[in-house]
Design a protein around this ligand. Sequence first.
Ligand code: MG
Length: 244
Amino acid sequence: MKQNNSLICSIILLFLFTGPLASQEPEETEDWSGRPDIVTPGKRNHPPSDAIILFDGNDLSAWSGENGEPEWKVFGRSMTVVGGTGSIETKQRFGDVQLHIEWRAPRKVIGEGQERGNSGIFLMDLYEVQVLDSYNNETYYNGQAGSIYKQHIPLVNACFKPGEWQTYDIIFTSPTFNEDSTLKSPGYLTVIHNGILIQNHVELKGPTVYIGQPSYKFHDEKLPLTLQDHGNPVSYRNIWIREL
Ligand code: MG
């Protein structure tokens, strides 16, 4: 009787494992519908083949200033904020993107908190990834380097010393809106700072605001990328973007 039972058990198990699979082939779950484009990765810190170059060290031809031509200083393959001349924005508009940008806080440490090496990268001119010298420089945590300003604290502080070049690799999903202008889906940001994940697909609460709670307002599907003039001579270089 016991032997019979185990035989029946074995037959049931054999059916369970082979029965449903017997009618399927491995090829049935292979997806050949959308062949990914071939992109040549950049060698030694160069942009990949399908990137839009926003700044290669030569000039600000991809950018506009608040009152016409941008007045930031281009020197030594980098551009530097000239305090008081205003933020600069790309002439081209973007929605969902992958952005690579390198930045450097001034080597000479002046000021503290939000007054030290402050700038910012505004996706769609609205959603700020904070640039700040947060190396031995305490401020409110949702305002330090790599924060989504006043919304999300970075997972870790991955800052190099002031005067050293740092990288942000940013993946941005723009919010979408319904026909009646109400929010359909929020925006999301992922940020890798010097190779370290510091924002992991965090949900945006709305455009960045300095005072009060953010809330979404309808905007175009594509808007410029903006770099902030916060009065400190922060430098940028090697800026490229891929539309997603
Ligand atoms: Mg800022």
